[in-house]
Design a protein around this ligand. Structure first.
Ligand SMILES: [Zn+2]
Length: 166
């Protein structure tokens, strides 16, 4: 049973988990038994400018909308899933395209913050520990390419332009 105190604490935690600018939680569900926390978010009023993910063109009207589920940072032992309303636009250049959502950079079912957290954990723990901690199948964490910002930059530098210009 949820007492008043735990309800308040829970709401505070939800707000801490969900710091997605321009979005608000309109529905939430916590499953004590399965240890899952589900949040449904949609755009706040005034955040209705849709951007084509192909070319960046802005649209006022949506073609349609879809619900997408992304894994977000786990809270305590709860696995967090954020259900987000994602719109599609009818772009004259690109056709029907999904809108650009900064927090959903790829088609992977994880938010950017979640991927960052997994990446950081991977640097200090074995893939198995990471998988257990985030509730992922072991292969998911193991398959993550170990290409962090620093390494990527190093590679870019060592592979510096061979075309001597000037
Ligand atoms: Zn476009």
């Amino acid at each position: 049973m949820c007492g008043l105190n735990s309800e308040v604490a829970y709401r505070q935690r939800v707000h801490r988990i969900l710091q997605w600018p321009g979005y608000r939680v309109y529905r939430q569900n916590i499953h004590e038994k399965n240890k899952t926390l589900d949040l449904w978010v949609r755009r706040k009023r005034g955040n209705r400018r849709l951007e084509c993910s192909g070319c960046g063109r802005k649209f006022a009207d949506a073609f349609d909308s879809n619900e997408r589920a992304v894994r977000d940072l786990p809270w305590s032992e709860f696995r967090t899933t954020v259900h987000i309303e994602v719109y599609r636009v009818q772009c004259p250049d690109c056709g029907v395209k999904v809108e650009k959502v900064p927090l959903l950079p790829s088609k992977a079912p994880f938010s950017q913050r979640f991927e960052d957290a997994v990446g950081q954990a991977c640097e200090s723990a074995s893939a198995r520990q990471v998988a257990r901690r985030f509730g992922l199948p072991e292969s998911t964490a193991g398959h993550r390419p170990p290409l962090s910002g620093a390494m990527g930059r190093q590679q870019a530098e060592s592979g510096a332009p061979a075309n001597g210009r000037g």
